[in-house]
Design a protein around this ligand. Structure first.
Ligand code: ASP
Length: 350
């Protein structure tokens, strides 16, 4: 076959190819998403996907965290966060559950007076410590929470008891204390929570004319993914310095400060609790993933940057593939993340 006849024969083929290409381009243009359109609901499947073996993220509160004040003690905070990450990493590496990792790591941070939870809790308007905490398991969406407890050494332990040994989700105040006594949860004298730093902070606030409530740094939270593919989240706080007696913040409210669902993500928040409750921040992140098909990073960014106001706080969020988002709209957030691929990092400022 001559080259000429070959080129003549290929002419109709070229025309056909060009037409097919044009048709393809036209179809692609029609299928291209309109950026202003609402994304369709993403199908949520419970099937396991390729992912890391385990992952973990922690926070120790978001806020102004002024460099002048915190630079001199930065290393202490880094050491506390690193110890918390190591504990969680060791538990998850050994095959422990995400729920156990969350409870144990939150407990460690509750016992650390640097953080505004457990031992380091702030004082309310009347000079008392009232503590809130919650925990949630992403497998069945079991959850438990306690609010305004005064004598419970580790509120996260009590929250888990509420989840596992009661038919309720949230117990408060005296009823929660009695439940703690009946279920062998450690209680302490009121004096246990009186740390000099927080007492001074409260006295100073009281002395100021505008001594309303304010957000201190140090609420803490943990999200974890275990080797079995289950997510869990937990949060614990002393709330806001100078808060009204009986005030309950987002850390005790499932869907606001804490949420976990194996189909989407685990979330723990920190910041102005009233705003987190108003906008169902933790659940909203999961809902954006479920109904808008967003990634965990996109959903956390959307809520922290576009739903909350600057200065309101931040979140840590973790999906079932081990992707971590740590997003805040304050100058800083004590935070850290680790996973089975060797990630291990802690940070305070941007
Ligand atoms: N969210 C907590 C509360 O409002 C406080 C904080 O995270 O600093 O009780």
């Amino acid at each position: 076959m001559s080259r000429r006849s070959s080129s003549r024969k290929s002419e109709p083929v070229r025309v056909l190819r060009t037409a097919a290409l044009l048709l393809l381009l036209l179809a692609a243009a029609c299928a291209a998403p309109d950026p202003s359109a609402v994304e369709p609901a993403a199908p949520v499947s419970a099937e396991p996907r390729a992912r890391l073996d385990w992952a973990l993220a922690i926070h120790g509160g978001a806020g102004v965290i002024s460099k002048d004040e915190y630079e001199p003690v930065k290393e202490e905070y880094i050491a506390s966060l690193t110890a918390a990450l190591r504990l969680g990493a060791a538990l998850l590496e050994e095959g422990g559950t995400s729920l156990d990792a969350v409870e144990r790591v939150v407990t460690l941070l509750e016992d650390d007076p640097r953080f505004n939870a457990g031992k380091g809790a702030v004082f309310n308007h009347e000079g008392h410590n009232e503590l809130d905490a919650s925990i949630m398991s992403g497998d069945t969406r079991r959850c438990g929470a306690v609010a305004a407890v005064r004598t419970v050494k580790n509120p996260i332990v009590l929250a888990r008891k509420v989840m596992e040994e009661s038919k309720h989700v949230l117990l408060v105040s005296d009823g929660a204390e009695r439940f703690a006594a009946d279920h062998g949860v450690e209680r302490v004298d009121l004096e246990y929570f009186r740390t000099e730093r927080r007492w001074k902070e409260w006295m100073e606030k009281r002395a100021q004319a505008e001594a309303a409530e304010s957000a201190p740094m140090g609420t803490e939270g943990v999200v974890a993914l275990d080797r079995h593919g289950n997510l869990a989240a937990g949060t614990s706080t002393g709330g806001l310095t100078g808060k009204a007696a009986g005030r309950v913040g987002d850390s005790a409210v499932i869907g606001a400060g804490t949420y976990a669902d194996d189909r989407t993500c685990a979330v723990s928040g920190t910041g102005k609790g009233e705003e987190f409750i108003r906008f169902s921040v933790a659940y909203r992140i999961a809902a954006l993933m479920e109904h808008r098909g967003m990634s965990v990073g996109q959903a956390a960014e959307e809520v922290v940057k576009n739903v909350l106001q600057p200065g309101d706080g931040g979140v840590i969020a973790l999906d079932r593939d081990g992707n971590v988002a740590m997003v805040f709209n304050t100058p800083g957030m004590f935070r850290g993340a680790a996973d089975s691929r060797g990630r291990s990092e802690v940070a305070i400022w941007e």
